[in-house]
Design a protein around this ligand. Structure first.
Ligand code: 5GP
Ligand code: ZN
Length: 112
């Protein structure tokens, strides 16, 4: 499958990996929009949150809650951060593999 995040998961493409277990991986965004910009990605290929179902609820919860652990590791748990998932074209989703952006390390301003 021609999916860049699957290639990162399979170690066909290098990434700056901050956390990994059997279900998920977290790595630095190649084009950060803030001082800290990490992507939280399930190893299972799901196109976006729109394609996730009740059967994926444990995985979705795990990824969302993993943001806390990674924020603590990056020392932004007290200063705050933003967790975003883009769904589809109006949101500007570029990579068609479910992921959350964990953004912080500086004041982010309004969301739009
Ligand atoms: P989307 O717009 O799909 O929500 O976000 C995709 C994100 O993936 C973008 O922020 C983009 O910079 C990042 N990205 C795209 N290709 C790569 C890559 O090869 N490596 C890494 N680390 N990030 C990537
Ligand atoms: Zn994929």
């Amino acid at each position: 499958m021609d999916c860049i995040f699957c290639k990162i998961i399979n170690k066909e493409i290098k990434a700056d990996i901050l956390y990994e277990d059997n279900d998920m991986i977290a790595f630095s965004d190649i084009n950060p929009i803030a001082k800290i910009h990490v992507l939280l990605v399930p190893k299972k290929h799901i196109t976006s949150l729109a394609q996730a179902t009740e059967a994926n609820s444990d995985l979705v919860a795990k990824l969302v809650l993993a943001s806390k652990k990674i924020a603590r590791k990056l020392n932004i748990d007290k200063s705050g951060y933003r967790l975003v998932t883009n769904v589809g074209s109006d949101a500007g989703q570029v990579v068609q593999h479910l992921h959350w952006h964990l953004i912080g390390g500086e004041s982010l301003g309004p969301i739009a």
